[in-house]
Design a protein around this ligand. Sequence first.
Ligand code: SAM
Ligand code: SF4
Length: 327
Amino acid sequence: MPTQLIDGFGRVHRDLRIAVTDRCNFRCTYCMPVEGMQWQPRSEILTFEEIERLARLMVERYGVDGIRLTGGEPTVRARITVLIEKLAALGVDLSMTTNGTTLQAMAHDLRAAGLNRLNISIDSLKRDRFAEITRRDGLAEVLAGIDSAVHAGFDPVKLNVVVMAGVNDDELVDFVDFGIDHGVEVRFIEFMPLDASGGWNNDLVFTRQQILDVISEVHPLIEVERTSAPATRFRLADGSGQIGVISSVSESFCTTCDRVRITADGQFRNCLFANDETDVRALLRNGSTDDELAAALERSVAAKWAGHEINQVNFVRPSRSMSQIGG
Ligand code: SAM
Ligand code: SF4
């Protein structure tokens, strides 16, 4: 029996992202179309029991040791702490990416349920700009949510900032300073073609190199050794903190990728940019055995491509938005 979820290029997959809902209380310009987003019917969304069965199989059979809950906005899924308790019992490094709006009310409960780490998304520190990007006047809630996460004992708390040229590229140093002041690590993410509205184009990508050039003028940086994690990390030379840069577009990290995904409606994806999905919801609901389920996962991972082809003629933008795939 195989003990690794391994692809044809020898990459072993131990990192699972689970989108627990496609619903969201924001509509970020870079993630969702302005109109036409229809939430999937409840009956199509995996139940907690189905998610737990799948996660347990992947942990016990393939040594998956990291699970991140995402969405849509994971904290709007009802009784999310119940799922966290189930997954925490598997003994994995359990984390969540959230827009932070609900954390004032929920941070302590999430922590008590067994969540280890939090990433909070925030793309501007200016109220009007934040509202334009997210289509909701929610900056104050998110800032309070960051404080609540720190007070609840999450360590580290990381901030995700999607950098878009001409939109928020003038705030990079402000974000680094914010990170230093609040004791949180800021990760700058290149804008990826996953907005599903056709708004992405290469001119909107503020690249890793541009990000580093701007920041290092004020805060000299020292690169920290690269791991399978998507972010390249840099220490601030004066020792006041560190930052990360996720360069999916300009310098992809596909050769070291160890990540697979489950969408809220139970589709298994071997890559963020994949055009094919494996319908594990159908297998979970038609009485398939664990061996049958495992065989489907192995087939999917075995067929994983070498890497995405953004900026090449062959690239086909996924038809689903980031909020549906689970970023
Ligand atoms: N709603 C939660 C949030 O915003 O953190 C979790 C889901 S969101 C899809 C996960 C992450 O994907 C967020 O950090 C978001 O900023 C990022 N993201 C969404 N669309 C993106 C895009 N087109 N390019 C780069 N990052 C994107
Ligand atoms: Fe919602 Fe997160 Fe997408 Fe923004 S990035 S629309 S908060 S899922």
